[in-house]
Write a protein that binds this ligand. Structure first.
Ligand code: URA
Length: 241
């Protein structure tokens, strides 16, 4: 490989790293990276080099910052906050919409019917292990009443935590499941039937858009199943699997 052919990937990595620093309030590039994701700098100061980041620990700090959240009205009806699950060191992150009834009861994402479909896509369709090879979270961490779509102010209240999760994990690929997740990550209204299967970028990380597994279950056609299968094949190619 010629040195110049590596340049786009290196530039993307650099841009991603600079955005990451900016998000944590840096105005200069530090020689060693000090990360403070919690409320108090004194109590959670760490000195880390980017290559030795303790991603599980940093994610735990994001979880602690979220706390027993009451930032939006979704907190009023929830049982459990559904922060995310899987491997913080995974190369692949799936982002869904929000917890349903089962997730709200158990505190873990995608454990209901749509979750079983997602697990099947990951394990049977992609040949990966859900817990080891992926991390899964949602754009909102509390169940919207009656499983309605999350509203704009609820998404806005929760988005900083999604961003921090993605910045800590910094996977090779993010898959947005359905229109709300795709629109939230791209910051625009995404017509999912038109744009699924296409590559985008989120803070320097490759982003694939696909149908939500609940949509797939509702419209269980050969065409829709093939579409998701094709989208996941593209993801596997980028992951080198
Ligand atoms: N649907 C989602 O979008 N997320 C979940 O966690 C479960 C169902």
């Amino acid at each position: 490989m010629k040195p110049s052919s590596k340049r786009p990937a290196l530039l993307r990595e650099l841009k991603n790293y600079l955005l990451f620093l900016k998000d944590y309030g840096y105005t200069e590039i530090p020689q060693q990276m000090e990360l403070n994701l919690g409320a108090s700098k004194e109590t959670s100061k760490r000195v880390l080099s980017p290559s030795t980041q303790n991603k599980p620990g940093l994610l735990q700090e994001v979880r602690e910052e979220l706390g027993d959240c009451t930032r939006c009205r979704l907190s009023e009806g929830r049982n459990k906050i559904v922060f995310g699950s899987g491997n913080p060191n995974a190369d692949l992150v799936f982002v869904g919409e929000g917890p349903g009834k089962d997730e709200d009861e158990q505190g873990f994402p995608f454990v209901g019917r749509a979750g079983k479909k997602l697990t099947e896509i990951i394990e049977k369709g992609m040949g990966l292990n859900r817990e080891q090879d992926t991390y899964i979270c949602n754009i909102v961490k509390c169940r919207p009443p009656g499983n309605r779509d999350p509203e704009a102010d609820e998404i806005a209240a929760c988005k900083p935590f999604l961003l921090k999760q993605l910045q800590v994990i910094r996977p090779k690929v993010i898959v947005a499941l359905g229109k709300p997740a795709s629109s939230t990550l791209l910051g625009r209204n995404v017509p999912i039937t038109k744009e699924r299967g296409t590559w985008h970028e989120f803070e320097g990380i490759k982003l694939m858009l696909t149908f939500h597994p609940a949509y797939l279950l509702r419209f269980y056609t050969l065409e829709n199943r093939k579409a998701v299968h094709d989208d996941m094949k593209k993801v596997l190619e980028v992951l080198g699997k």
